[in-house]
Design a protein around this ligand. Structure first.
Ligand SMILES: Nc1nc2c(ncn2[C@@H]2O[C@H](COP(=O)(O)OP(=O)(O)OP(=O)(O)O)[C@@H](O)[C@H]2O)c(=O)[nH]1
Ligand SMILES: [Mg+2]
Length: 314
């Protein structure tokens, strides 16, 4: 077997890091590593953590990492960061909070950008899920920005979706507005030491009962209160996460998620491949399209000619 792959499979941190970089570059070598890893047995439990900025996702993930590693589990964390420069602060916050607890070899943390992708979820994030699964991690946790489409996309690719809320914002159902209320398997009320917890709890439970939350009909979403900075409620959350995993296995949905996730990966790969072709075509044919305001402008002819160029390139 290839040396890099071999070392990564033995859990060597630097090798894993290099392997992911090669996969992310989409080089032939990288794709062959990914293909190899995807032929290995899948078992990882994938957990998506989402919620509005500052709700405490990274702090909570740091607590989950602590508990999981205490149980001897190997955990990989994927931080999906928006590409905007305004979020640098948050980026550092994510890192610092988790790095503090990630002192053991069993924990691996990797950031990816959203790459300005149409659908939100980035190709790299999906490839890394597959890679970590093939490398034998037990839990793969994905933190997403918590602002809409991307998090909704998570629905098809992770086993267990955890949505964070915080009380006392004067707006008890922020997540509903962000479109997140439909996707949670577990709703966490973090910063639960604050006043107005009961108000938020009632609002969320009401939404669940009135099935505004139209998730899987056989699983009634759980509501858990946590104070992530103090580690309070984390064990309850972990136990709900395990209940959900067991539910997926018992109802034969666990492997189905992996199948859907891989279909999504193929879809996003192809989209990004064709996007590059289109971008390239548009930039190399700018002059040609400049006649757009001219009365000789022939839309059909232009489209056909550009499509012809695409076909030639294959
Ligand atoms: N009072 C209180 N503060 C908390 C709690 N959990 C997290 N925080 C604080 O909330 C702030 C944001 O926490 P993060 O974990 O960075 O939140 P996040 O959701 O990952 O933020 P982004 O990644 O920027 O979206 C930090 O200052 C934390 O210390 C909590 O239970 N109670
Ligand atoms: Mg964070």
């Amino acid at each position: 077997m290839n040396d890099l792959l071999d070392r990564a499979l033995r859990g060597e941190e630097i090798a894993i890091s290099k392997l992911l970089t090669k996969i992310e570059s989409l080089s032939d070598e990288g794709l062959s590593y990914l293909s190899y890893l995807m032929r290995r047995p899948t078992k990882a439990h994938t957990i998506g953590i989402t919620g509005l900025p500052g709700s405490g996702k990274s702090t909570l993930i740091a607590e989950l990492i602590k508990e999981y590693s205490r149980k001897g589990l190997r955990v990989a964390v994927i931080l999906v960061e928006p590409s905007s420069p305004f979020t640098m602060g948050s980026f550092m916050g994510n890192r610092i909070r988790m790095q503090e607890v990630a002192t053991e070899g069993n924990i691996f943390i990797r950031s990816v950008s959203t790459e300005g992708n149409l659908g939100g979820l980035s190709l790299s994030a999906l490839m890394f899920i597959e890679a970590f699964d093939g490398l034998g991690f037990d839990k793969i946790i994905i933190e997403t920005v918590g602002a809409g489409q991307m998090d909704v996309d998570l629905k098809d690719v992770v086993h267990t979706k955890v949505v964070l809320n915080v009380p006392g914002t004067g707006d008890e159902i922020q997540v509903l507005k962000a479109g997140l209320m439909e996707i949670g398997d577990i709703y966490v009320i973090n910063k639960a030491e604050r006043p107005d917890v009961a108000l938020l709890e009632d609002a969320i439970k009401f939404l669940i009962d009135s099935s505004e939350s139209n998730n899987d009909e056989n699983w009634k979403p759980r509501v858990v209160k946590t104070v992530a900075i103090k580690g309070i409620g984390v064990n309850n959350l972990i136990s709900d996460i395990e209940d959900h995993k067991r539910y997926l296995i018992d109802t034969k949905r666990y492997d189905e998620v992996v199948r859907k996730r891989r279909i999504k990966l193929i879809e996003i790969y192809l989209r990004s491949y064709f996007n590059k072709i289109i971008k390239n075509l548009l930039s190399t044919n700018e002059n040609y399209m400049l006649i757009i305001n001219n009365n000789e402008f022939d839309f059909r002819a232009i489209i056909n000619s550009l499509l012809g160029k695409i076909k030639e390139s294959f």
